[in-house]
Design a protein around this ligand. Structure first.
Ligand code: AR6
Length: 199
């Protein structure tokens, strides 16, 4: 079932908020590796590490579902320093290969406890992901909760950053999705969107 805005007491797992007359923010529970809207102008965002060659969590699941072509494409991304293809806060884009989505945007969020300004780095990760997607004419994009797993970012603080940056791009995409694996993170995001969208 899909709800528009407000209701977030657990009875719906897809909530849609208007960002502009032609654009929506959609928050849902689910597995981002299964997500696609049209298979040609859509992208999922991979919460990667700076090496960009795979890892655990969502990164591992995305590489598994995309097949070995994805890591080959990642190897082709130039290193900016030895071993570093995507510094924290930046983003790179590759095809999605065997994923239902046509593209993967790889970004690196901050490790919460070892970053001097985690909110700035997390904002940059979201903003640069949206910029590289826009440059490829992506119309639909899906994010997980970047940095909210292995990298230890508190959910409520991360939701404030994520939803604030998405609102900056209100006229740039048809739909911006958050696909949340965990019920508690999903609920934090819905509550935060309800709060921030009032303003
Ligand atoms: N779909 C949607 N969300 C998912 C999925 C999925 N299939 N699997 C996990 N999540 P994490 P980070 C959620 O740890 O904190 C990797 O090793 C998960 O519940 O994947 O940015 C990388 O290589 C959590 O809410 O990413 C890096 O080294 C969110 O995705 C490091 O982890 C992010 O958790 C990045 O850590």
């Amino acid at each position: 079932m899909e709800c528009i805005g407000r209701p977030s007491n657990g009875e719906s797992s897809v909530v849609r908020f208007p960002l502009s007359p032609s654009s929506s923010l959609v928050i849902q529970k689910g597995d981002i590796t299964k997500w696609s809207i049209d298979g040609s102008s859509d992208a999922i965002v991979n919460p990667a590490n700076e090496r960009m060659l795979g890892g655990g969590g969502a990164d591992g699941a995305i590489h598994m579902a995309a097949g070995p072509e994805l890591v080959q494409a990642c190897y082709s991304v130039p290193e900016v320093r030895p071993g570093i293809r995507c510094p924290t806060g930046e983003a790179r884009i590759t095809p999605g290969f065997r994923l239902p989505a046509s593209h993967v945007v790889h970004t690196v969020g901050p490790i919460y406890n070892s970053n001097s300004n985690p909110a700035a780095s997390l904002s940059s990760a979201y903003r640069n992901s949206l910029r590289v997607a826009k440059d490829k004419n992506i119309q639909y994009i899906a994010f997980p909760a970047i940095s909210c797993g292995v990298f230890g970012y508190p959910y409520d603080e991360a939701a404030t950053v994520a939803i604030s940056v998405v609102r900056e791009f209100r006229n740039e995409f048809k739909e911006i999705h958050f696909v949340m694996f965990l019920q508690d993170i999903y609920q934090v995001w819905v509550n935060k969107a309800n709060d921030l969208m009032k303003n």
